[in-house]
Design a protein around this ligand. Structure first.
Ligand code: 5GP
Ligand code: ZN
Length: 104
């Protein structure tokens, strides 16, 4: 999507510290980390928010969670938090779905 920060990162039009990538997902370090480990697990498909997902996106969301699990395993994290902020009132600032992977 034109002008979307995370689409631009996924398309390599904007730099990011990418730690993992598949055809469907890119995982990169949060630019303003809230903990020792703070990764963003981002689908390459533009979906503005969890609220905007369709039934056809069920597999995509399952893939995001398992991609996060795999990234956590590679980082040898014993435990972590997975978080979607949804909508402005839910703390969402970037309007492209992303799963926060956070560990201290
Ligand atoms: P939200 O509040 O939308 O759930 O989270 C957006 C996250 O994206 C924030 O934690 C913020 O630090 C991060 N972020 C914002 N802009 C950039 C950027 O240009 N690059 C990276 N790597 N992270 C960003
Ligand atoms: Zn986007």
């Amino acid at each position: 999507m034109e002008g979307c920060l995370f689409c631009e990162i996924a398309e390599k039009k904007r730099p990011a510290e990418v730690v993992f990538e598949t055809d469907e997902v890119v995982i990169f370090k949060d630019a303003n980390p809230k903990a020792r480990v703070h990764l963003l697990v981002v689908p390459k498909k533009h979906i503005a928010s969890v609220k905007d997902a369709t039934d056809g996106d069920r597999a995509l969301f399952g893939g995001l969670i398992l991609a996060a699990r795999d990234a956590a395993a590679r980082e040898n994290l014993a435990g972590y938090k997975l978080l979607f902020n949804v909508g402005r009132d839910g703390g969402q600032v970037i309007d492209h779905v992303h799963l926060h992977l956070i560990a201290s």
